[in-house]
Design a protein around this ligand. Structure first.
Ligand SMILES: Cc1cc2nc3c(=O)[nH]c(=O)nc-3n(C[C@H](O)[C@H](O)[C@H](O)COP(=O)(O)OP(=O)(O)OC[C@H]3O[C@@H](n4cnc5c(N)ncnc54)[C@H](O)[C@@H]3O)c2cc1C
Length: 442
């Protein structure tokens, strides 16, 4: 049993928001105890060994960007930057089902990438007509000048109001929205979408460059516990919080699944909204701040791994157009495995989630063969489909309105998590930033 004098703050959940909160507590001179209900670290960003192939695969391919300042700070602190492959500038090949291809290279002049690089990259795209390029660039300019007013619109309503044509919405904005917000254009909040565009796609320097882990996600975060211990922090795994103890509106501590009680007047809850609802006392659930948690909905992600008997072309990743598959990542290059292993992703896959895993694997393998003529005779030797029904919260305009700030009405109880109000989508960066804000509120 842990002595109550060895820590200053209790953090619930060892996902990215919990890790970030713990790191920032330490930087602010507070010693945390991190309590995680599973045996894992990294929460929804984790990897495991595929039993058949013996390869390490993630619960879903994760991609980061140069603008992920809070997340990269965490990776840097753990000494794991070497495990991240960084693009010099955003480079996205597009592949179409008829075998045609194009590429977006956000490469500026004389090393100045940023908005200029993105504009030049868009101008060079062959699959966009000149008239569409003009409206694209005008929109980019309006964004840069802060002239866009998304209000409480959905991204689609907003894009139409900004005179973006159906072609632009389908071929440019839908892939961006699916990848960054795990929702469809007619669902997600335009306000958050505008933030994504400003910070990531039209942000300065290398904000839009992609970072892809060269190892399994769990390997990326595994050094955290040793780092935490070396700074006086403690981690408890496989012993979740069963209730948060609150008296007269003041946080007092937590009770753990094994019956242990940890006392502290400072608690950071870095767990998802549905998990939090289960552990706050009944009378506290009546507070408007907590009662709205039940209204937050989720969006699924379907991830596939396909092992082929034939080497895949020399590309690291590709955006797939007019198909169920949205992105392909060549794992064998990134993780240096000898096999021809691809990771495929389908975000906001509500229409796909009910299809059998066999059919999903077969359809997506056919899409790979259609997009890459070199793969036409390639056979799938093994496949794995992972359906994450509640992959992330869906940030639609209504959810954006009720996303809680990190400071709760309970004295000493602060919330973190990708779903809390950071102004960002529910991503690794949203999670890391929420942890940083939560620590600063202590
Ligand atoms: C398939 C998939 C693909 C994704 N791709 C990307 C991507 O490419 N880029 C990107 O930026 N983001 C991506 N995301 C989103 C990203 O993974 C999440 O935004 C982020 O991991 C959320 O971190 P978190 O700390 O907020 O929550 P979580 O990761 O959910 O962490 C919460 C932790 O709390 C623990 N917990 C729950 N209840 C309790 C309790 N009572 N007591 C103690 N512990 C508890 C859980 O076990 C968990 O470890 C993806 C997500 C999925 C599922």
């Amino acid at each position: 049993m842990t002595s109550k004098n060895t820590f200053d703050v209790i953090i619930l959940g060892a996902g990215i928001s919990g890790l970030s909160a713990a790191m920032h507590c330490i930087k602010l001179g507070k010693t945390p105890i991190l309590v995680e209900s599973t045996g894992n670290i990294g929460g929804r960003a984790r990897s495991f060994e595929d039993r058949v192939s013996g390869d390490i695969i993630d619960n879903g391919q994760h991609v980061m960007m140069g603008c992920y300042a809070s997340f990269l700070e965490l990776i840097q602190e753990m000494g794991m930057m070497h495990a991240m492959q960084k693009q010099k500038y955003l480079s996205i090949p597009f592949h179409f089902m008829n075998g045609e291809k194009d590429i977006l290279l956000a490469k500026g002049i004389a090393g100045f990438n940023g908005p200029l690089g993105m504009a030049l990259g868009m101008l060079r795209l062959r699959f966009i007509q000149f008239a569409d390029k003009k409206s694209l660039l005008l929109f980019a300019l309006r964004l840069q000048l802060g002239m866009c007013r998304p209000g409480s619109m959905t991204a689609k309503e907003f894009l139409l109001s900004e005179k973006q044509t159906d072609t632009l919405i389908e071929l440019i904005w839908t892939p961006v929205i699916l990848a960054t917000m795990n929702g469809k254009p007619d669902e997600v909040s335009a306000k958050v979408f505008v933030t994504v565009l400003r910070l990531a796609f039209f942000g300065s320097g290398d904000a839009s460059s992609l970072y892809i882990p060269k190892c399994g996600l769990s390997e990326l975060f595994e050094p955290f516990e040793a780092w935490l211990n070396s700074h006086g922090g403690i981690m408890l795994r496989s012993n979740g919080v069963s209730s948060i103890l609150i008296e007269h509106g003041i946080a007092k501590g937590v009770a753990l699944a094994d019956g242990t009680v940890l006392s502290s007047a400072r608690i950071i809850s870095a767990i998802p909204p549905h998990a939090l609802q289960k552990i706050i006392p009944h009378e506290i659930q009546q507070y408007e701040y907590f009662s709205e948690l039940g209204q937050i909905g989720y969006s699924p992600i379907i991830s596939l791994y396909l092992w082929f008997d034939k080497a895949f072309p020399e590309i690291e990743l590709s955006a797939i157009m007019h198909a169920n598959t949205q992105w392909i990542f060549k794992k064998s290059t990134m993780m240096k495995t000898a096999k021809s292993l691809l990771a495929l992703t389908i975000s906001a896959g509500d229409d796909i989630i009910g299809i059998s895993t066999e059919d999903i694997a077969q359809q997506c393998a056919d899409e790979v063969r259609n997009c890459f003529p070199e793969m036409q005779d390639a056979q799938v030797i093994h496949w794995k489909v992972i359906k994450e029904k509640s992959a992330t919260v869906l940030i639609d305009p209504e959810t954006e309105d009720i996303r809680p700030k990190q400071q709760s009405p309970i004295d000493g109880l602060i919330l973190a998590g990708d779903w809390t109000n950071t102004g960002l989508p529910a991503t690794l960066e949203g999670a890391a930033l929420s942890g940083k804000i939560a620590a600063s509120l202590l």
